[in-house]
Design a protein around this ligand. Structure first.
Ligand code: G6P
Length: 614
């Protein structure tokens, strides 16, 4: 999804802008561009359809960004097309007719057509199909002689309906960059006599750990020696910087071929961090300091509703299962993208839980805001500290999984389920989960990092199987009850990164429809844990084999040869925690299938890491 970077200070702006954009590549994009303030009140813009490397090659040698003696100022962008096709013309930055004001923008301007018509009538000349271009013209219309850039931006935004994170450069005032946020993140990075701006800390961590997150409805004037934050009605607000604690090394593939493979391997350590300091062996429960709910308040909760998108939604399904089993509270997960549009009934005794790796997903944020507007209570299960969703929630659990760069989620998914296991344990022990069962779950959780390592030890065999199955036209994933969310996430991973069609079904539903699809061309990945449903699952495998279907079983014991063609075995955990381990081979299966098919594993086509638009 779109990314913003900006620099003001004594160094060469273009160098930082190109490096920063490269750090944001993981979010997904189709074009990139930069604008720098040049000599004598001019702006230079370079933008291309394609990769940041294409942009770097296109920046002309005379693309100076250093004004002699005055330092340099610039803004940059990676675009993910919404209004208008990916093209050089539609790439950001966009300028006004005179080429004095340049703007980069994440989000969507809803009244762009109306604004465009008005600006055209006033003589503006448009050069792109984007909604963003209206911002450049609109700001220019307010930037009359003697107006400070921040006042022009504030006045222009007064006419705008929609969501935005923007950075604005004015050739006539190159001593500042003005940024604004409404629904799309903007982070300021504080350096020594230099300042950075980005839509994501990933672009900044190489330069500074001191950051300020803008709130919705806020703007900032950023100068080389500092910044000032203020509201849309010009009230100054004070923002204290916070320190980013993510390691710079997390933004590097560290010798792995892809971020995805690295992140799969980081899971044992990520799980340890999610669990760290949260298990209480004495009372066989979990400590979750950020919930902001005491035992009495928790006991009054009658229902749990979990909301997230994509893998976060599937992790929520595993979470719902854990909460219902351990705390005996009805729990359900729903796509946040659906929930927000169906005028949901918000109940006082329901606990709402928003799940998001990035903490930026617009659909999830909008769902949280709708619940809060109606007086509901929302917890966040979020990876990114200080993100929009984390700030909007009443309390929550941070994953501490470390940054996840690959578009497809792996370690954040696993850590999310761990966070739900902790919540379910805590909740259960406040309700009727026995101390013995609490101890069983605590021990089960502690064993998980080592058990994940054991599964990862089978990488070479799984890679071979993946290459064998990758040629299939499609794949079926089945699981029963606890296994069903595993099947859904497994199918999601495969289609996301290998583009092989994958469908997930509850194993119990196979005979009610999809059995008609079974043939040697459509192999089935079946989740067959050694639990109370084992016999039922084996019967389903028999039904598939009777229709000449191929079966890859994932479980704890290899089924007889007549029931499965291949099996991947994982260590046994507690039945409630088994789904976590059953999911790991499916990640490797998807990864190696994508590698066998030579896909762009970390940046699958058409997808973005953080979907900050509707
Ligand atoms: C996008 C990504 C998915 C991700 C989902 C939720 O659709 O492509 O991989 O699962 O967003 O992201 P979040 O950051 O909210 O967990």
């Amino acid at each position: 999804m779109c990314g913003i970077v900006a620099y003001i200070g004594p160094k060469d702006a273009t160098t930082f802008l190109l490096e920063g954009l490269q750090r944001l590549e993981y979010r997904g994009y189709d074009s990139a561009g930069v604008a720098v303030a040049g000599k004598a009140g001019t702006l230079k813009v370079c933008k291309v359809k394609g990769r940041v490397a294409d942009l770097a090659a296109a920046v002309p040698a005379n693309f100076f960004s250093k004004q002699r003696g005055k330092g340099s100022t610039g803004i940059g962008h990676t675009r993910w097309a919404t209004h208008g096709v990916p093209s050089d013309a539609n790439a950001h930055p966009h300028t006004d007719t005179s080429g004095r004001i340049a703007v980069v923008h994440n989000g969507i301007i809803e009244n762009a057509d109306e604004l465009r018509a008005r600006l055209l009538a006033d003589g503006a000349v448009f050069t792109s199909e984007t909604d963003t271009e209206v911002l450049g013209h609109l700001i220019a219309a307010h930037a009359v002689e003697g107006t400070e850039l921040e006042d022009a931006v504030r006045a222009a935004l007064g006419h705008v309906v929609g969501t935005y994170g923007i950075a604005v450069l004015d050739a006539a005032q190159p001593d500042r960059i003005v940024v604004a946020r409404n629904g799309s993140p903007i982070v300021l990075g504080l350096g020594e006599k230099e300042m950075f701006v980005a839509s994501d800390v990933a672009a900044l961590v190489r330069y500074t750990r001191q950051v300020v997150h803008l709130e919705d409805g806020e703007l900032a004037t950023v100068r080389a020696d500092g910044f000032r934050t203020f509201t849309e009605d010009a009230r100054t607000v004070t923002r204290q910087p916070s320190t980013v604690d993510w390691e710079i090394a997390s933004y590097d593939t560290a010798g792995y071929e892809h971020f995805l493979l690295k992140e799969i391997h980081e899971q044992p350590a990520a799980v340890e961090r999610t669990l760290s300091g949260r298990l209480d062996e004495r009372f066989a429960t979990a400590h979750l300091g950020g919930l902001n709910l005491d035992a009495r308040e928790l006991r009054e909760i009658r229902r749990v509703k979990i909301l997230g998108c994509g893998s976060a939604y599937y992790a929520g399904e595993m979470g719902a299962q854990l909460i219902e089993e351990l705390a005996r509270i009805p729990a359900h997960s729903e796509p946040a993208s659906e929930f927000r549009y169906r005028n949901p009934v918000i109940e006082a005794d329901t606990l709402y839980v928003a799940v998001s790796q990035s903490g930026e997903t617009y659909d999830t944020l909008a769902a949280v805001q709708e619940i809060k507007r109606k007086g509901g209570r929302v917890l966040g299960v979020v990876n990114t500290v200080g993100s929009a969703i984390a700030r909007e929630c009443d309390g929550g659990i941070y994953l501490h999984a470390g940054p996840e760069i690959s578009v497809a989620s792996t370690k954040a998914f696993t850590s999310t389920v761990i966070a739900f296991a902790l919540l379910a344990l805590h909740f259960g022990r406040i309700n009727d989960l026995s101390p013995a069962d609490g101890r069983r779950i605590v021990a089960g959780l502690k064993a998980l990092p080592g058990q994940i390592r054991e599964v990862l030890g089978q990488e070479a065999e799984i890679a071979k199987l993946a290459a064998e199955y990758a040629g299939s036209a499609g794949m079926m994933f089945i699981g029963r009850v606890r296994g069903y969310p595993v099947a859904r996430e497994g199918a999601q991973k495969l289609k996301e990164i290998s583009y092989v069609h994958a469908e997930a079904y509850p194993a119990s539903e196979l005979k009610h429809g999809p059995l008609a699809l079974i043939s040697p061309e459509l192999p089935t990945v079946a989740l067959v844990p050694d639990d109370e449903l084992l016999d039922k699952n084996l019967t389903t495998l028999g039904e598939i084999k009777a229709r000449s279907g191929r079966v890859l079983a994932i479980g704890h014991r290899a089924p007889e040869a007549k029931l499965a063609d291949h099996a991947i075995l994982v260590p046994k955990s507690e039945p409630e925690l088994d789904p976590l381990l059953l999911n790991i081979p499916l990640q490797l299966l998807a990864y190696y299938a994508a590698v066998a098919l030579e896909r762009d594993v970390d940046k699958p086509r058409n997808l973005a890491k953080s979907v900050t638009v509707e």
